[in-house]
Design a binder for this molecule. Structure first.
Ligand SMILES: [Zn+2]
Length: 148
């Protein structure tokens, strides 16, 4: 609790296509009785960076999308992954945004466990990697009427 302009939302969930995202105990700003916003304007870009860059949620996809079958590799050890083995897996991250209390994000997404290092790698088969997960996050925010 930083001051009374902030609120901790215990749980919110959003789903988009194959992605389901649950966010637990995250802090947001209260503007007035019906409007909430991110704890800071850059929270959205920070969250995306945490998921894809810091925690490397998605497998690396290589290859020309249109002409050849795309190949997927573990972002930790570069082992090739078999997208035919993907199944919905829940990945959980504990994140801390600046001076706010830590929160939890759970992402259920079609994934493959790396046969070499064991990292769970999300496999995004469509043309814009991460789109479904990002859309599910926005859906979760919308359930609580949170705007950037
Ligand atoms: Zn690996």
């Amino acid at each position: 609790m930083i001051d009374n302009k902030y609120i901790v939302i215990p749980i919110m969930t959003g789903t988009y296509k194959d992605a389901t995202v649950t966010i637990l105990n995250s802090t947001f700003q209260v503007k007035n009785e019906s409007a909430k916003s991110y704890p800071a304007p850059d929270f959205g870009s920070w969250l995306v960076e945490q998921i894809y860059d810091v925690n490397k949620f998605l497998a690396d996809a290589r290859g020309f999308y249109v002409f050849f079958k795309k190949k997927f590799y573990c972002p930790s050890c570069s082992t090739q992954l078999d997208p035919g083995l993907r199944k919905p897996v829940e990945t959980v991250y504990e994140l801390k945004f600046r001076g706010f209390d830590p929160f939890t994000i759970k992402i259920v997404f079609p994934s493959v466990g790396c046969p070499k290092c064991g990292k769970v790698c999300g496999i995004d088969m469509n043309g814009s990697p991460g789109y479904d997960v990002s859309a599910a996050i926005l859906q979760a925010f919308e359930t609580e009427h949170i705007k950037p």
